[in-house]
Ligand binder design. Structure first.
Ligand SMILES: *Cc1c(COP(=O)(O)O)cnc(C)c1O
Length: 238
C-alpha cells in the first residue's frame, strides 16, 4: 500500500471510531446516563497492529481479541510503542484448557470464563508481579445448546467459587444473546443487580459487557457498561 492509500485508510478508521464514540455518547444522553459510564471495547480480531496503534494514539484504550496466537503477536509488537503503553487487553475468545497460561500472562481482562476448571487455572497461572486478572463470566442467557457460557442455573455456584480466587478480580457478566431474544439485555441487567445485592463482598462487581456493532444503543439503554464493537470501527472482517 502506498503512503497516500495508508493515510486515507487511517482517516477512515479514525472517522469510524469517532462515529461509534458519538453513537455511544448519544445513546447515553438519550437515557440520561453519563458517557463515562460505558466503556468502548474496540474488537480488533483479524485486524493489523498498526490499526490498533492508530486508535491508541487517538485515545482508545480498551481492545478485544479472540485468537490467542494472533493476539500475543500484536500485544508483543505494540508493547514497544510508547503510545500503546496504556492499552488494556481483553480476551473475548473461547478458552481451551491448555491456553490458560498464555491468557493469564498477556491479558488484563478475560470476558469468557464459563467453568471453574478454567477459572482455577487462570488464578494459578496469573504471574505474581501482575495485578489480579479482571474476569467476566460469560453467561448463556438463552440456554442455547450451541452456545458457550455458563447456564443461568449454574451461575451462583460459579460466582461463589471464583470470588475466593485471589489472583482473579470478578468484575461482572458478559453475554452474546440470541438474535430473536429482544429482552435478554433487560434480564441480564436484572440478574447483574441481584448478584450485586446478594454478594456485597464482591467489591469489583461493576461491569456488564453487552452490545456489539448492531445493537449497542439498545444495550446501553438497558444498562450495559461495556460495548464490544468490531465491524463498525474496523470494517468487515474477511
Ligand atoms: C467479534 C466479536 C464482537 C464484535 O462484533 P461486531 O459485530 O463486529 O461488532 C463482540 N463480541 C465478541 C465476543 C466477538 O467475538
Amino acid at each position: 500500500m502506498s503512503n497516500i492509500e495508508q493515510n486515507i485508510d487511517n482517516q477512515n478508521l479514525v472517522n469510524n471510531w469517532q462515529q461509534v464514540s458519538k453513537q455511544l455518547t448519544d445513546a447515553c444522553n438519550h437515557v440520561g446516563r453519563k458517557s463515562e459510564s460505558v466503556v468502548l471495547l474496540a474488537v480488533s480480531k483479524t485486524k493489523p497492529a498498526d490499526m490498533i496503534a492508530t486508535l491508541a494514539k487517538q485515545g482508545q484504550s480498551h481492545f478485544g481479541e479472540n485468537y490467542l496466537q494472533e493476539a500475543i503477536e500484536k500485544i508483543t509488537m505494540l508493547k514497544e510503542q510508547p503510545e500503546c503503553d496504556g492499552i488494556f487487553w481483553h480476551y473475548i475468545g473461547s478458552i481451551q484448557r491448555n491456553k490458560t497460561r498464555d491468557i493469564a500472562e498477556h491479558f488484563d481482562w478475560v470476558q469468557t470464563v464459563e467453568r471453574d476448571i478454567i477459572a482455577k487455572r487462570l488464578n494459578d497461572q496469573r504471574p505474581a508481579e501482575m495485578s489480579p486478572l479482571n474476569v467476566l463470566i460469560q453467561l448463556n442467557i438463552d440456554n442455547e445448546e450451541s452456545k458457550s457460557g455458563c447456564l443461568p442455573d449454574q451461575l451462583p455456584e460459579l460466582i461463589a467459587t471464583i470470588k475466593g480466587y485471589e489472583r482473579l478480580q470478578l468484575r461482572g457478566l458478559m453475554i452474546i444473546p440470541a438474535q430473536a431474544d429482544t429482552n435478554a439485555f433487560a434480564r441480564t441487567k436484572q440478574l447483574f443487580e441481584e448478584i450485586k445485592q446478594r454478594y456485597p463482598e464482591l467489591s469489583g462487581w461493576d461491569t456488564l459487557s453487552m452490545g456489539m456493532s448492531g445493537d449497542m444503543t439498545e444495550a446501553i439503554a438497558s444498562g450495559s457498561t461495556m460495548v464490544r464493537v468490531g465491524t463498525a470501527i474496523f470494517g468487515e472482517r474477511d
